[in-house]
Design a protein around this ligand. Sequence first.
Ligand SMILES: [Zn+2]
Ligand SMILES: [Zn+2]
Length: 342
Amino acid sequence: DLRGRPRQGGLIPPVLEAIRGTLDAGHQVLVFINRRGFAPTLACHACGWLADCDHCDARMTLHRQPPVLACHHCDKRRPIPDACPACGSGDLRPLGSGTERTEETLAALFPQVPVHRIDRDSTRRRNAFEAILTEVKRGEPCLLVGTQMLAKGHHLPHVTLVVVVNADAGLYASDFRALEHSAQLLIQVAGRAGRSSHPGRVLVQTLHDDDPHLRLLAETGYDAFAEQLLAERRAAGLPPFRFLALLRLESPREEAANTLASGASAALRQWLATRELNVDCLGPVPAPMERRQNRYHLQLMLASDKRSQLHEACAQLTAWLEATPEARKARWSLDIDPQTLS
Ligand SMILES: [Zn+2]
Ligand SMILES: [Zn+2]
């Protein structure tokens, strides 16, 4: 339970104690944190300024190796300012923890063992990932700090403790599949621990330790969790009990994107009104990140109990877009059975 507890590099005291105990026993520890960089963003403590990206509805991530502010959505980079661009204060501080910061904290707390960071930045060099894995498989006590690059497949027999720094991102996302995906990731990460003769332990940090989904997953495992999720999807009329299609539409001009999306939905609704089809048209709504790379993103969702009827409506929508001159100035795509709503 993260609430009200001091954190070092994102980790609370009882978790740091468990890490110490595992290393003292001569075993390895895997710390899973799904954010690369030093901190999710930089903040001014005098006025509350945050390092926003100029091109996206997103914050820029603070990196220290090498030092730079980088947007993970459009790849724009800029130097780290010495003073707050808004008020001139020099009191700029990193907000939250990424892999680099957790690595730095753990290296300071446990100087007797090596700390290996595995993320997209630390493994850019050819064979860097393999070199670390070879070193880890020798079995000496060490700490691994990594993103989901570490979650899949790799057999790490000497890891007996897995720490999940923050399980909350997927629990309350707007995307209905996020919960399923983050539960699968948790199970995969947990699967790294204790796969040989040593029993493994998994510690999950959360701000919502009473969350029913998380409790179900921790106490009864993935099968019971999946049953529960299926019951909720059935009640909400979501896949796999209904079929979805998602129209994604983007334009550098906000007004053009809005006009085209409204036009498409109006035309489709008009067409549906003349037919006996069981298809719902929802939206248009702004995408979860509306402005990305200076382009405006909108979505229109189609839902139906019958796949054939969904396809009929999709064909109609596609025909309308192809016949509409404004659509040629925008970008659009129609995704049947979308795996994410972003
Ligand atoms: Zn400021
Ligand atoms: Zn950006």
